[in-house]
Design a protein around this ligand. Structure first.
Ligand SMILES: NC(=O)c1ccc[n+]([C@@H]2O[C@H](COP(=O)([O-])OP(=O)(O)OC[C@H]3O[C@@H](n4cnc5c(N)ncnc54)[C@H](O)[C@@H]3O)[C@@H](O)[C@H]2O)c1
Length: 252
C-alpha cells in the first residue's frame, strides 16, 4: 500500500510528551503527513521547540503546557485545541515518567505518581476527548514498552504502569469500537535522552542482545504510531505493535 504523504490532511492530532524523543519524532511525522498537531509537554520550552521546528518546515503545530497527570491541564489542552486547531482525530498518549528502584524501596507515593502519569493519564485522555474521537471515528495510540511483557530489575512500578497501558488500551478498543480504534506500541531500546545517563558499555550490551545489532531511532517508533493512527490500519484495533529490533524475540 502506497503511503499518501498527506494522509492526515484536515486531521487534528495530540501528541503528549512531544518535547523530546519519541513524542517529538511522532509529532513531526504527523505534521509532515499533513496533520495539525498539538505538541504538549510538562516542559513547555521543549514543546515550543518541537512546534517551532514543525512550523519552520511548513507544518502546523501549537505548543501547550501539559502535565498529563493533571485533569485541569487536559481540559485546558482541549479548549486550546478546539480554539486553535479544531476537533481532535488522534490522541497519542506518550508522556511518561519512570521510577527505577527495587520494589521494597519504592514508596506508595512513588507508585501513585508512576501510575498517575503513565496510566491514569490515559483515562484522562478518554474523559477529555471521547466526544471528539467518537464523532470523528478517531484513533488512540499509546506508547507502552517491552516492559509490559518482560521483567527488568528495579522496574516494578514502571512495568505495572506499562502493562496496565496494554490492558487498558485493549479494553478501550472493546468499549469504543466501532467508532474509535485503539492500539499500543511497545518500544524496545530507542536512543532518546532517557539513555543519556547510561554507559557506552551498557548500550553496547543492549545492542549485542538485539538481533538488528543497534538501538532504534525515535523516528522508527513514529512510523509505527502514524501507521496505527492512519487509515492504512483501518482494521487494526485492540492490539500491540512491538518496535524493538527483535530484542524481545531473542528472549522469547
Ligand atoms: N526510549 C526508550 O528506550 C523507550 C523504550 C520503551 C518505551 N519508551 C516509552 O516511550 C515514551 C517516550 O519516551 P522517550 O524515550 O521519548 O522519552 P523522553 O524523555 O525523550 O520524552 C518524554 C517526554 O515526556 C515529558 N514528560 C514527563 N513527564 C510528563 C508529564 N507528567 N506530563 C507531560 N509530559 C511529561 C518529558 O518532559 C519529555 O519531553 C515513554 O512512554 C516511554 O515509556 C521509551
Amino acid at each position: 500500500m502506497q503511503i499518501d504523504s498527506n494522509e492526515f490532511a484536515n486531521q487534528v492530532v495530540l501528541v503528549t510528551g512531544a518535547g523530546s524523543g519519541i513524542g517529538a519524532a511522532t509529532a513531526k511525522l504527523f505534521a509532515k503527513r499533513g496533520a495539525k498537531v498539538a505538541v504538549t509537554d510538562i516542559n513547555l520550552v521543549s514543546a515550543q521547540k518541537t512546534a517551532a521546528e514543525i512550523n519552520n518546515t511548513g507544518g502546523n503545530a501549537i505548543a501547550i503546557l501539559h502535565d498529563v497527570s493533571n485533569m485541569t491541564h487536559w481540559e485546558n489542552v482541549r479548549d486550546e485545541i478546539h480554539a486553535k486547531l479544531g476537533e481532535l482525530n488522534v490522541v497519542h498518549n506518550n508522556a511518561f515518567m519512570k521510577i527505577e528502584k527495587s520494589t521494597n524501596e519504592t514508596t506508595i507515593a512513588e507508585w501513585e505518581k508512576q501510575i498517575s502519569v503513565n496510566l491514569v493519564s490515559m483515562q484522562m485522555s478518554v474523559l477529555t476527548f471521547l466526544t471528539d474521537l467518537k464523532k470523528n471515528h478517531g484513533a488512540i495510540v499509546n506508547t507502552s514498552s517491552i516492559h509490559a511483557n518482560f521483567g527488568f530489575v528495579h522496574h516494578g512500578a514502571y512495568a505495572a504502569s506499562k502493562g496496565g497501558m496494554v490492558a487498558f488500551g485493549r479494553q478501550l478498543a472493546v468499549d469504543y469500537g466501532p467508532e474509535i480504534r485503539v492500539n499500543t506500541v511497545l518500544p524496545g531500546p530507542i536512543l532518546t535522552p532517557i539513555w543519556d545517563d547510561t554507559t557506552d558499555e551498557y548500550r553496547n550490551l543492549v545492542t549485542s542482545n538485539t538481533p538488528l545489532r543497534r538501538m532504534g531511532k525515535p523516528e522508527e517508533v513514529a512510523e509505527a504510531v502514524c501507521f496505527l493512527a492512519s487509515s492504512r490500519a483501518s482494521y487494526i484495533s485492540g492490539t500491540t505493535l512491538t518496535v524493538d529490533g527483535g530484542y524481545t524475540a531473542e528472549k522469547a
